[in-house]
Ligand binder design. Structure first.
Ligand SMILES: [Zn+2]
Length: 470
């Protein structure tokens, strides 16, 4: 591999495609991000070199120290939003807010919760603190499940900090810290803000993984230390098992789609590598990352997270405050996701005092609800499918579970041959198991299809709730 020589051009990671024309072609489909330039890479590199120790130390602080830091950030953020962002000025004035009136988290948690559709009903210039900065601002646009696109504006500092937090997470997943010369391999439609920092901490990105992608050979050529991927690609990655191991990959990280612990454990065992999951959103960036003990720890220097309106099982709405986006403050922003805090009060065995989430259920719209509106954990539903449909059967190609109303669930399947057990028996077992999760008896319908409906979204939607609740 060539050594990088600093020029005005950014480091060209795409030329490390090895000998494969397929890899070359796929890498060239990746579009370069606007942020991925020499100047911002240089600023990020400078900060990373200077602050790595400090950033690592932050996560090892006591809860009291973390909260003290966050409260200071929040006071500044809210006052800045109130003073300079017309949207928040109006919203907070209406509830009697005055500058400097936050002195505790309970003060803060009395401020109204905002969401995408509320922010979307205002002109972009009304939701940022500097309308003149808008045309130069970095944007990320999300489609979301609601069908209304949403643009988040952020300044360079926010983009850089987010990237450094990603590097810190990557480094924490390795046996020894990430080195300048290391490669990270992304099997993902979405790249990082920076493909490298002046040729250091490089990423190689394939936007898709297809059955005929010569991934194994390319891994052997590049020898990355981490593989970052959608959980959907894990079965295909497993087919390159020998290469994955011999190329020196130390861990696999998943994000963007929800996957169950059971699923990740299966691939971790099969590949002989740890698999860690990350919970993030387009709006906020990285929210929580999984530690070696399976808990999701909140990235407390990036986000203040609340679980609001928790039901009796502990599942509530994920409400986040981005501590670093000063241009377009997202304060008490409801993602539409559902999660549950870790119930134990003791410190996680990994030593982190950061807020822990036990389970993240993804989009609230897709979460099954009982007639009393309690959350039925998606992970438990998927585990039932795993046990009853998938584990014993190789002929099941696709499935989807749809909640039609409070009493009825429909299973859609596509088999490539006959199921190994009789369908009535499968349905009976599944109905009993789902009824247990609901706490009452449900009706299970079944439909076998010959053609699986195509989906635009990358997100796997194997759990869908059609029953609308208000
Ligand atoms: Zn932990």
């Amino acid at each position: 591999m060539d050594n990088f020589v600093a020029t005005e051009e950014t480091y060209d990671w795409k030329r490390e495609h090895g000998t494969s024309p397929t890899i070359k072609k796929m890498a060239h489909q990746v579009r370069m991000r606007g942020t991925d330039n020499q100047i911002l890479q240089g600023r990020a590199l400078g900060l990373w070199s200077k602050n790595t120790e400090q950033m690592n130390a932050f996560l090892r602080q006591s809860v009291e120290e973390i909260r003290k830091f966050q409260l200071l950030k929040i006071k500044k953020l809210v006052d800045n939003a109130f003073a300079n962002v017309p949207f928040y000025r109006e919203l907070y004035t209406a509830c009697g807010y005055e500058l400097g009136s936050i002195s505790s988290f309970s003060d803060f948690e009395r401020l109204p919760i905002v969401n995408k559709s509320l922010l979307n009903s205002f002109e972009p210039s009304k939701i940022v603190n500097d309308a003149e900065h808008l045309e130069h601002a970095n944007t990320s646009r999300t489609s979301g499940s609601s069908g209304s696109p949403f643009t988040v504006y952020s300044d360079d500092n926010d983009i850089i900090l987010d990237h450094l937090q990603v590097l810190r997470f990557y480094s924490s997943c390795l046996k020894t810290p990430l080195q300048e010369s290391d490669w990270i391999y992304l099997l993902h439609h979405e790249g990082l803000a920076f493909s490298s920092l002046h040729g250091k901490y490089r990423t190689f990105q394939l936007p898709d993984l297809l059955p005929d992608t010569p991934l194994g050979e390319h891994l052997s050529y590049l020898r990355p230390r981490l593989l970052v991927t959608l959980p959907s690609y894990l079965p295909l990655i497993l087919q390159h098992k020998e290469h994955v191991k011999s190329s020196g990959v130390e861990a696999i990280l998943t994000n963007s789609e929800s996957s169950t612990q059971q699923e990740r454990d299966y691939y971790s065992k099969a590949l002989g590598l740890p698999v860690y999951d990350e919970y993030s959103s387009e709006e906020i960036g990285m929210i929580a990352t999984q530690c070696t003990h399976g808990n999701y720890h909140v990235i407390e220097d990036g986000v203040y997270l609340e679980i609001v309106n928790a039901d009796s099982r502990g599942f509530g709405n994920v409400v986040c405050t981005d501590l670093n986006n000063e241009l377009m403050p997202l304060i008490r922003f409801d993602h539409g996701d559902v999660a549950k805090r870790t119930t134990s009060n003791s410190l996680c065995e990994c030593g982190s005092a950061c807020t822990s989430l036990e389970e993240i259920n993804g989009r609230r719209d897709d979460t099954f609800r009982t007639r009393g509106l309690e959350v039925v954990p998606s992970a438990s539903l998927l585990a039932a499918i795993d046990d009853i449909l998938i584990t014993p059967d190789k002929t099941l190609k696709h499935f989807r579970l749809i909640q039609k109303n409070s009493e009825t669930v429909e299973l859609i399947t596509q088999y490539s041959g006959a199921p190994h057990k009789s369908m009535p028996k499968i349905l009976q077992e599944l109905r009993d198991r789902i009824s247990l999760l609901f706490g009452y008896s449900i009706t299970l319908l079944h439909r076998e299809v010959h053609e699986w409906p195509m989906q635009k979204s990358y997100k796997r939607r194997s759990i869908v709730r059609e029953w609308e609740i208000n």
